[in-house]
Design a protein around this ligand. Structure first.
Ligand SMILES: [Zn+2]
Length: 487
């Protein structure tokens, strides 16, 4: 395999390289299992995927490997059904005083059908040039396989029978379906999962030539608003102009959510927002960003950026909260015209949150904002769903983030800059439930087309990621040894 990614010349790199072909064959086998958590018809496959991982970890020599949650093959839905199978593994360091690092990722994948526009069968992985193509190649099976390879390379490079730090692995089976049971799993298995630090391997870099480490994800709350007028649609000639129109009233509400500067106009919305530091803003400004290419490519042909005044695109995506209309429905949109005053209109929104916004507080603010704007003659319903997802931000000065940047820097041959991601995941839940700081290590690229047709991973990058993982365990072990010597 040819590679434009620089080679570090380390023992870890050589050990990863020796295993590259076997890695591709092994990952391809896993990718053939369509572990789609969103589809009950594939829940048996989620079980098969967990069993595949269990067997692979045992073969690698992990002393403890367990599958938690629903029995393999069992189907079911609803809150009282156990979680889809998650895989847990533990490999203690030889030194019982060594720190424990938990790696989190997921083995379920997003749905994928040829008809969605795939140019190849999503569950028949293939290598084309430097790419491994298939659903899950990047998100997240590719990244879990990368960690396993990194552990093998670390052991081979050190010649030791156990890793330099105690390693734990939690590979969830329903992350792509919102991690509905993760809180239960964390509560039920708190002792097994106890750790000093958490590394999440489900994120990426801003582009192939610019190594970055994710240092934050946004949180999220959702809201649904229904405005009702009469009990049925009314004649727009006999009633129009004399009764409230729920669609017009709801549109007025939607328009009120932003001011002229693109800021969210909900009172108190920004009260708890922690602004990025000057150092972060500088680092982000130094990242290459080709706006026309981003609009045409990642943003699928959008023709202009938009958002809150005074912030760059990266800042808007990573460090600023949003109020996004996901859907606005009401009245007639069929062929021709239907002369009515619609009786109902529906709005769906999601709010992306940044540190230190609290989902519960934002929900209350949004509910009050809506309640204050319900006109006479309109019956309003607002629901804000479950508990929401809290945002997560890493401590850029922590030893963990520094070690990850160093490990990735060795493997990728360049300084690793901090970046963030705009999406939301269960990271804050993990960090809070386990009481441990969290950081990210991943090499996904924005054009890996995760969650979209034609997902792929860039193999040389996955291999460099595995090398970074191998360096990381060594660096964390060395750090612990030197801390012990100092105390
Ligand atoms: Zn993922």
């Amino acid at each position: 395999m040819t590679s434009t990614v620089p080679q570090s010349g380390t023992v870890e790199q050589a050990e990863v390289g020796r295993r590259a072909d076997a890695f591709v064959a092994e990952l391809s086998e896993w990718l053939r299992i369509p572990s789609i958590s969103a589809d009950p018809g594939h829940h048996g496959d989620v079980g098969r995927s967990a069993a595949w991982l269990e067997e692979t970890l045992r073969r690698d020599g992990w002393p403890t490997v367990e599958v938690w949650g629903r029995a393999s093959g069992a189907t079911g839905e609803g809150d009282d059904t156990p979680a889809l199978p998650a895989v847990f593994a533990h490999w203690p360091a030889a030194d019982p005083a060594a720190p424990t690092v938990l790696v989190y990722g997921h083995h379920d994948v997003q749905p994928a059908d040829l008809e969605d526009g795939w140019s190849f069968a999503p569950f028949e992985p293939q290598v084309v040039g430097e790419e491994l193509r298939g659903r899950g190649a990047s998100d997240d099976k590719g990244h879990i396989a990368m960690v396993l390879l990194g552990v093998r390379a670390h052991l081979a490079a050190t010649g030791a029978g156990a890793p330099a730090v105690s390693l734990k692995l939690l590979v969830e089976g329903e992350e792509e379906s919102g991690s509905a049971h993760l809180a239960d799993l964390l509560a039920a298995h708190g002792d097994a999962l106890a750790c000093d630090e958490i590394v999440v391997t489900d994120t990426g870099m801003v582009d192939r030539d610019t190594p970055t480490v994710c240092t934050g994800m946004r949180g999220m709350v959702e809201a649904e608003v229904v405005f009702r007028g009469a009990s049925v649609d009314l004649h727009s000639g006999q009633f129009g102009g004399a009764v409230p129109n729920p669609v017009t009233e709801l549109a007025t509400l939607v328009a009120a959510f932003h001011d002229d500067a693109g800021r969210v106009a909900v009172p108190g919305f920004y009260d708890d927002v922690r602004e990025p530091t000057a150092r972060e803003r500088e680092a982000w400004a130094a990242l290459p960003f080709d706006e026309p290419a981003w609009l045409a490519g990642s943003a699928a042909g959008a023709t202009a950026t938009a958002g809150e005044d005074g912030w760059s695109t990266y800042e808007r995506l990573w460090a600023r909260p949003t109020a996004e209309v996901n859907g606005l429905h009401g009245g007639y949109a069929g062929p021709g015209h239907k002369t009515i005053v619609p009786h109902v209109a529906t709005l769906k929104m999601t709010f992306r949150l940044v540190a230190d916004q609290d989902p519960a507080r934002i929900k209350a603010l949004v509910e009050r904002f809506v309640a204050d704007r319900v006109p006479a003659g309109i019956d309003a319903e607002i629901s804000t769903g479950g508990p929401g997802v809290p945002p997560l931000i890493c401590d850029l000065d922590s030893a963990l983030v520094a070690s990850i940047r160093e490990a990735m820097g060795i493997a990728l041959g360049a300084e690793v800059l901090p970046a963030r991601e705009g999406g939301s995941g269960p990271e804050a839940l993990l960090s809070t439930a386990l009481g441990a700081p969290l950081a990210f290590l991943g090499v996904m690229l924005p054009d890996d087309r995760i969650h979209a047709p034609d997902e792929r991973a860039v193999l040389p990058l996955l291999l460099r990621g595995a090398e970074a993982v191998a360096h990381l365990w060594r660096l964390l072990g060395e750090r612990a040894t030197s801390e012990k010597a100092r105390s």
